[in-house]
Design a protein around this ligand. Structure first.
Ligand code: GSH
Length: 198
């Protein structure tokens, strides 16, 4: 059975949890709390030298880190990942967008506010992350103004990857009220079969 090392307060880990649930794939969840440094033990570093969750154990000794690589591994060939070549590439486009243009600003702001208590020494970071975070939300909102879902008007792992930290963006100080298309899309995702909240 697949094993997942992760913590459900992390959006990156929640993405994997939601994908497994919606695909009805059995798995064992091994709670691993990054805030408590449980990803930095010698045992964990032997499995993922990058010291981060989520981590998928496919078979004994066969590990896959990086949330969006895990989503692709799980969903490829299923209803959550289109097989059409262009649509498939568009899914990857949004997964890369999430990791490069969205998560580094929106997830990190949430981490500083929710888990570190928004300390004064991180205010310069918070200020620096605001503009690119807003840009990412604008990109999403503009696309969703004319699309029901991110790719091919069908719910996919692209939506799961972007849902994870967008729906809790407020916890990082990003107000979603100026983005009606995002708010409607978040509601559509919550209506999907076997949806589970974070
Ligand atoms: N790009 C990675 C990011 C993973 C990541 O940043 N994980 C955090 C929790 S959300 C973590 O494990 N941090 C622990 C650390 O860096 O020590 C992914 O998408 O999986």
């Amino acid at each position: 059975m697949l094993k997942v090392y992760g913590h459900l307060s992390s959006g990156n880990c929640y993405k994997v949890f939601l994908t497994l649930k919606q695909l009805h794939i059995p798995f064992e969840w091994i709670s691993t709390d990054a805030v408590k440094q449980e990803t930095r033990t010698p045992e964990f570093l032997a499995m993922n030298p990058n010291g981060k969750v989520p981590l998928l154990e496919i078979a004994p000794g066969q590990y896959l880190p990086e949330s969006n690589a895990i989503l692709h591994y799980l969903a490829d060939g299923t209803k959550l990942c289109p097989s059409d070549r262009f649509a498939h590439a568009q899914v990857l486009q949004w997964l890369f967008f999430e990791q490069y243009s969205h998560e580094p600003y929106i997830a990190t702001s949430r981490y500083v506010m929710k888990f570190l208590g928004n300390p004064p020494e991180r205010q310069a970071d918070m200020e620096r992350w605001k503009k690119p975070g807003i840009t990412a939300l604008n990109v999403l909102n503009t696309h969703l103004t004319s699309h029901q879902f991110l790719v091919a008007n069908t719910y996919s792992i692209a939506d799961i990857a972007l849902f994870a930290y967008t729906h809790v963006a407020g916890e990082g100080g990003f107000d979603l009220s100026p983005y009606p298309a995002i708010l409607n899309w978040l509601e559509r995702i919550k209506q999907q079969p076997d949806f589970v909240a974070m």
